[in-house]
Design a protein around this ligand. Structure first.
Ligand code: HEC
Ligand code: HEC
Ligand code: HEC
Ligand code: HEC
Ligand code: HEC
Ligand code: HEC
Ligand code: HEC
Length: 338
């Protein structure tokens, strides 16, 4: 009897612990996170604070204001990060009264710019899609994967990924699998590659790094060339297609390049920025690599690195384009007719 009473007492104490007004909590970002995409989710557990407004500041300048609908226990929105360190400040107001403030520092890294190197002592990859972390969200969000491989949604908002990740596919030029929200079946398969073995099982939606074999599964003609031609550009040979291409899409390139071609190449080949190559012209100036028309372009495009080089593979040394037999001077005739 005493035992039973004690048990009831314990249970009462236990439940009262939870009946107690819980604290407001900034659930995401966790802090010290590394992002490789430009969007970060902000998730606030409002508890029963009655908050009416939220202010978010990213860095020193960008300020976001959102009104919180009445009766919400969680509030979620998205902020955009700049490459490098981002300090995110979140403030909650109930009417005019500030009731909560939290600051998180995160890092947006880059797959291509070496200058965005982060300290791995301070920043770390923190994956979200584990059953344990997803549980908190499941009361409001459907956390199940609901795609069928190769079958486009009639309406992309039907994808369970869409509600949380929609900003990812809002660029001007969208890559087909991303535009159709076939995320988990075409790329984020949860599989890892030789460069991200250590992340295995950390998230349901990892993609293999290197990604090439995945790209090849749809780009069959590309795959043939990749294995057929004699020389491969190093980042291509490594299978890291996503260093130059953003697999979701791009605002500047219908080839989904992360930067315009010339800048893209210069990011890794900085020495080609000022010092030209190929030949010195008679005036001693280096050969132009931009700012003039490309004689080989039917659409009248500007000369750039890929007027002369193939970005991926080639049968010619230096990955030169348009082989004409033998001898450099002959090759020059692609553009210099005389
Ligand atoms: C109490 C319900 C609730 C819970 C719990 C919840 N959310 Fe939300 N979330 C919403 C609603 C509702 C929206 C739609 C936008 C709105 O109406 O504010 C949303 C939208 C979002 C968005 C899109 C934000 C945008 O830019 O519009 C993200 C990302 C998100 N939630 C992530 C999460 C994550 C991660 C968790 C768990 C850690 C979570 N949410 C838990 C209710 C919830
Ligand atoms: C409840 C909101 C929510 C839903 C639904 C959701 N995600 Fe996420 N996802 C997140 C958040 C939050 C992150 C962490 C990044 C961030 O903070 O913006 C994330 C991260 C990821 C990552 C990076 C790896 C990781 O685990 O952190 C991938 C890939 C991803 N999501 C794919 C998907 C796919 C595919 C679906 C649909 C099957 C999906 N997500 C559904 C909220 C969501
Ligand atoms: C699920 C299939 C699928 C996968 C996986 C895939 N792609 Fe695509 N990709 C497409 C389709 C479909 C198009 C549009 C093709 C077209 O219009 O000819 C496309 C178009 C492109 C284009 C634009 C140029 C063109 O040929 O139209 C580029 C660049 C591209 N993909 C690169 C990649 C890269 C890099 C990867 C790996 C990160 C990849 N793709 C993975 C299906 C896929
Ligand atoms: C060094 C940067 C770089 C890397 C790495 C790279 N690409 Fe590209 N890719 C480009 C550029 C630049 C173009 C645009 C070519 C053009 O406009 O003629 C392009 C175009 C493409 C196209 C469309 C035109 C074509 O040649 O078929 C596909 C498909 C493509 N890339 C797939 C891939 C795949 C798959 C990988 C990985 C195996 C990859 N790329 C790696 C720079 C790169
Ligand atoms: C992600 C970094 C990266 C990007 C972006 C990049 N390259 Fe390279 N490239 C390399 C590396 C690494 C090598 C091999 C080492 C070296 O020669 O510097 C290389 C080598 C080359 C070579 C010499 C190949 C040979 O046979 O010796 C050429 C030509 C070249 N790149 C052209 C380009 C062009 C054109 C672009 C833009 C479309 C580009 N690269 C973009 C990393 C990059
Ligand atoms: C007019 C044609 C042409 C243009 C434009 C051009 N290249 Fe080259 N590139 C060549 C030729 C020819 C070679 C072979 C040897 C040489 O003369 O240096 C070469 C060699 C290279 C090499 C390997 C040897 C070295 O000097 O490091 C790299 C890397 C390279 N180019 C990158 C680039 C980049 C990056 C751009 C754009 C900024 C570019 N090229 C624009 C014709 C061109
Ligand atoms: C993809 C096209 C292309 C290729 C290939 C090319 N060039 Fe050029 N070249 C140009 C363009 C465009 C200009 C600037 C416009 C002009 O003066 O015709 C230029 C300018 C020059 C100039 C300066 C001319 C002047 O009047 O100042 C010289 C010299 C030159 N190229 C030599 C070469 C040599 C040598 C090769 C072979 C190694 C070569 N080019 C390959 C496109 C090309």
């Amino acid at each position: 009897m005493v035992k039973k009473l004690f048990l009831i007492f314990c249970m009462a104490a236990f439940t009262s612990l939870f009946a107690f007004p819980r604290e407001v909590e900034l659930v995401k970002p966790y802090g010290q996170d590394i992002y490789l995409t430009k969007f970060a989710a902000v998730v606030i557990n409002l508890s029963d604070s009655g908050a009416t407004k939220v202010f978010a500041k990213v860095g020193e300048k960008k300020r976001i204001e959102r009104t919180i609908p009445a009766g919400r226990s969680y509030f979620c929105f998205t902020v955009e990060l700049r490459e490098g360190v981002n300090k995110i400040t979140i403030e909650l107001y109930r009417g005019d009264e500030k009731i909560f403030k939290a600051v998180r520092t995160v890092y947006r890294g880059s797959l291509i710019d070496k200058k965005f190197k982060y300290s791995t002592k301070f920043f770390k990859k923190q994956f979200f899609h584990t059953p344990e972390k997803e549980r908190v969200c499941a009361s409001c969000h459907n956390m199940k994967m609901n795609e069928k491989k190769g079958v486009a949604f009639e309406n992309i908002t039907e994808s369970n990924c869409f509600g949380c990740h929609y900003p990812v596919a809002t660029d001007k030029f969208l890559h087909a699998p991303a535009a159709n929200w076939l995320c988990a079946t075409s790329c984020h398969t949860g599989k890892v590659g030789r460069f991200n073995k250590k992340d295995e099982e950390e998230s349901k939606y990892l993609y293999p790094d290197p990604i090439a074999s995945n790209c090849f599964s749809c780009h069959k003609k590309f795959k043939e060339r990749f294995y057929r031609e004699k020389y491969r550009h190093e980042p291509v040979d490594n299978g890291r297609c996503n260093r130059c291409h953003d697999p979701h899409g791009s605002n500047i390139s219908n080839m989904f390049l992360r930067k315009k071609v010339w800048s893209l190449c210069i990011t890794c080949h900085a020495d080609k920025k000022r010092r030209g190559h190929v030949v010195r012209t008679f005036s001693g100036k280096p050969h132009p690599t931009k700012g003039v028309k490309d004689p080989t372009s039917k659409k009248g495009e500007e000369l750039s690195c890929i007027s002369c080089h193939n970005p991926h593979v080639s049968n010619n040394g230096y990955m030169l384009k348009g082989y004409v037999g033998s001898g450099t001077m002959l090759w020059c005739k692609r553009c210099h007719k005389k």
